[in-house]
Design a protein around this ligand. Sequence first.
Ligand SMILES: Nc1ncnc2c1ncn2[C@@H]1O[C@H](COP(=O)(O)OP(=O)(O)OP(=O)(O)O)[C@@H](O)[C@H]1O
Length: 226
Amino acid sequence: MSKTPVLVTDGLTRSFKQGGVVIEVLRGVDLSIAPGEIVALLGPSGSGKSTLLQAVGLLEGGFEGQISIAGERVEKHNAGERTRVRREKLGFVYQFHHLLPDFNAVENVILPQLILGRTNAEARDKAAALLTDLGLGQRLDHRPSQLSGGEQQRVAVARALANEPVLVLADEPTGNLDEATAQKVLAEFLRLVRSRGSAALVATHNQALAQQMDRIVTLHEGQIED
Ligand SMILES: Nc1ncnc2c1ncn2[C@@H]1O[C@H](COP(=O)(O)OP(=O)(O)OP(=O)(O)O)[C@@H](O)[C@H]1O
C-alpha cells in the first residue's frame, strides 16, 4: 500500500461574516491521515467539524490553506477537477442518508459507479456484494421507504464505498439512529471500511463510538488538538 497520506491539510482556515462580525471557524487546521487510517473528529457543537469535512470534501470554497488528497494538491482545482477527485477518491456518508427515493437499494449503489464508467453488470455485481456484506442481501430491490433507518444508513455506507475511495468522509453517520442501532451500523461501517482498505474521517459527538476508531482528533478553537 502507498505510504502517501490520503489527506493532508496545511493551515486550513475558514471564516464567515455574520452581521458585520467575522467568525473564524477554522484557524489553521493541520491534519494528516494515513492510508487505511480511521480518524474520529470530535469537538463541541459549532466547533467546525462539518465545515472541515466540507472543505476537504471539496464541497465548499472560501477557505485558505492547502489540501492534498492522495498526493494531489486540490485547493486550486476548478469545479470539474473537484468533481473528478470527489468521484474517484472520496466517499461520503451523512447524518441523513440522501438516498434517491425512487430507486431501490442496489440501484442507489450502482449509480455512482456508472458515473465513474463501470458497466451496468460490473456495477450491479459490486453493489450486490457490498449490500450482501452489510446483511441486506434480501433487500436489494427495496426502496429507501421500505427500509428501516439503520438499513437506509447501511445502503448509504455501501454507496460511499462503491467506487473504492481512498478516503470516506462521514458527518455524524449514525447521528439519526437510536444508540443500539448506531452502534451496530458503526461497527458494520468500520468493518467494511477496514476490509476495503479505505481511510475515513468521521465527525461525531459520541465519545464511545469515537473510541472504536484508530485515532481521535479534537477541534478546539478552530485548531486540531491531538
Ligand atoms: N454558511 C455559513 N455562514 C455563516 N456561518 C456559518 C456557515 N456555516 C457554518 N457557519 C458557522 O460556523 C460554525 C461551525 O459550524 P459547523 O457546522 O462546521 O460546526 P459543527 O462542529 O459541525 O457543529 P455540529 O456538531 O453542531 O454539527 C458555527 O458557528 C456556524 O454557525
